[in-house]
Write a protein that binds this ligand. Structure first.
Ligand code: FCB
Length: 458
């Protein structure tokens, strides 16, 4: 367990007295996404998605892993709901697979919809709040064949999907999120190519972002109309950028990093404009914006979902941009990501300061990957317990500094298909043995369960 030597073995999950965690209204939940857990990719009329295509392409994922089987959740959902409810958590964040619920010609696929209806009904019956994301990266492949998110038309197709599914599932959802992490869909999908569909052109990435955000705004209106009792929001990943460089140019590089990761999305959503400095970073990459688009994008949000994982150190590239340079000697997870809870507090307080209309926040993802092993029936993931303690303390500090954070979802409920990193990287509080699909509660899950039992009994 390199990097965690300083963590005591008897690490417990026990927020200090006075922490917002002790407030029963503060939601503690767990999160997953469809392609990462469901499997059953060609059952009951599900059509191919860009992740089926991408993961089946040699060299795109570690060990050639795909989501074809994943955690088998499509068939094991009842067991998984029981497990989830046994944790005493108040909420579950899941996503709906667009290719499972809509046919190529845009008609509802009733067999796929029935799966989510059963699942959401069972979650509600257990008293769990349901946070449902419409798009966690699994674009139907036939839409990618028409240009995917670089094609403006995809925004309208997304709104049609949101319209259909919110009519079908109205009354079963507490909070709808339109998109998960548009930054990753746009940048990793069309810029770096690390994610499906694997394109590598920043001009495509900025177009994709605009159409994702437009799709968000169009979809949000449909969700509100069809399911007025539910909250409507969006989930965005945020990054903390700092520089250990000595020059002003280095400090500017860190500012640019955050502009590119955070403000690229938050400004359109909360200020109805893109930050103009983006087009200095990426000359000529300004997307085509039609009259009225920014009004649609800047629609009312009931909540903002924030996904936070790590800090990035950068230096100036000597031109208009930045270079990422790993810091030596810092604590890192199995992903290689730096453990940096202070970044979460810093960002939350900064958003609260910079965006007067910032809606209530849920931390919709935070967590860590580790090479967890089942030994004698137990998984002693002390590093994860320490990670959660420290990040929840950061959230508590942000709340005490005035930020309206209403809940926190652990990524993830269970080990799953970690995109380009396949099954090797384990983020779950529940261990999954992929050979047998056996689920084992890790020590982190047991401690969270105990804490919530105590909190809920007060
Ligand atoms: C986020 C994704 C989520 C998961 C975590 C580790 O970017 O939203 O699906 O893969 O990273």
């Amino acid at each position: 367990m390199a990097g965690y030597a300083s963590v005591a073995l008897e690490e417990t999950f026990s927020p200090p007295a006075g922490s917002v965690l002790w407030n029963k209204e503060f939601l503690l939940g767990a999160a997953t996404a469809a392609y990462q857990i469901e499997g059953a990719v060609d059952e009951d009329g599900r059509i191919p998605s860009i992740w089926d295509t991408f993961s089946a392409t040699p060299g795109k994922t570690l060990a050639g892993d795909t989501g074809a089987v994943a955690c088998g959740h499509y068939h094991r959902w009842e067991e998984d709901v029981e497990l989830l409810a046994s944790l005493n958590v108040g909420a579950y964040r899941l996503s709906i697979a667009w290719p499972r619920v809509m046919t190529e010609d845009g008609a509802p696929n009733h067999a796929g919809i029935a799966f989510y209806r059963k699942l959401l009904t069972a979650l509600r019956a257990k008293g769990l709040k349901t946070f449902v994301t419409l798009y966690h990266w699994d674009l139907p492949q036939h839409l990618e064949d028409q240009g995917g998110w670089t094609n403006r038309d995809t925004a309208y197709r997304f709104a049609e999907y949101a319209d259909m599914i919110s009519r079908e599932l109205a009354g079963l959802v507490d909070a709808w999120a339109t998109l998960n992490e548009p930054w990753c869909s746009a940048m990793h999908g069309y810029g770096t190519g690390h994610h499906a569909p694997g394109k590598q052109d920043v001009v495509l990435a900025t177009r994709a972002m605009h159409h994702l955000l437009l799709g968000h705004g169009l979809a949000a209106a449909r969700l509100r109309a069809n399911d007025p009792a539910a909250q409507v929001g969006i989930v965005t990943n945020v990054g903390r950028g700092t520089s250990n460089g000595a020059t002003d140019a280095d400090q500017h590089a860190a500012w640019l990093f955050e502009l590119q990761h955070n403000n690229w999305i938050l400004d359109p959503l909360l200020k109805k404009s893109y930050p103009s400095a983006l087009w200095e970073l990426w000359p000529g990459a300004e997307p085509p914006v039609h009259a009225g688009d920014m009004e649609v994008i800047g629609c009312k949000l009931d909540f903002l979902g924030i996904n936070y994982y790590f800090r990035t150190n950068v230096v100036s590239d000597g031109k208009h941009g930045y270079l990422e340079v790993d810091l030596e000697g810092v604590e890192r997870t199995q992903m290689g990501w730096e453990v940096y809870p202070e970044g979460l507090r810093h960002l939350l307080v900064g958003f609260h300061r910079d965006y007067p209309n910032l809606p209530p926040i849920y931390i919709t993802e935070n967590g860590t990957a580790s090479d967890d092993q089942v030994i004698g029936g137990e998984v002693n993931d002390i590093n994860r317990i320490s990670f959660l303690n420290r990040h929840l303390a950061a959230v508590d500090q942000a709340v005490k500094q005035g930020v309206d954070v209403r809940g926190y979802f652990i990524w993830s409920l269970m080990d799953n298909f970690e995109w380009a990193f396949g099954y090797e990287r384990r983020f779950g509080i529940i261990h999954v043995d992929y050979a047998t699909q056996k689920r084992t509660l890790k020590r982190s899950a047991k401690l969270v369960t105990q804490f919530l039992a105590e909190r809920n009994s007060k």
